[in-house]
Design a protein. Structure first.
Length: 85
């Protein structure tokens, strides 16, 4: 029983720390953050999957937030985002 409680507590802490490290999508450039770069991604599905791809790349780059600055395409989507930290 003690092991079960410890496992649940560890999972809860891991979930909280992981979600706090995720990049946040913003509508405009954050005033309290600096631009650290630009990323691009491609998706053959829909805008939601393109947003997920950009979010994953922003997280990999260590950004605290990102802003999508362009998306285009019909059957194959391409998107670009600015990264902030």
């Amino acid at each position: 029983m003690k092991n079960v409680k410890m496992t649940i507590a560890a999972l809860a802490l891991a979930t909280v720390s992981f979600s706090s490290m995720a990049a946040t999508l913003v509508d405009s450039a954050p005033a309290n953050q600096q631009k650290i770069g630009v990323i691009s991604a491609n998706s053959s599905n829909d805008l939601s999957s393109l947003q997920r791809e950009l979010n994953a790349k922003a997280n990999e780059a260590g950004a605290s937030s990102y802003r999508i600055i362009g998306a285009s395409g019909d059957n194959y989507l391409h998107g670009t985002a600015e990264l902030y930290k």
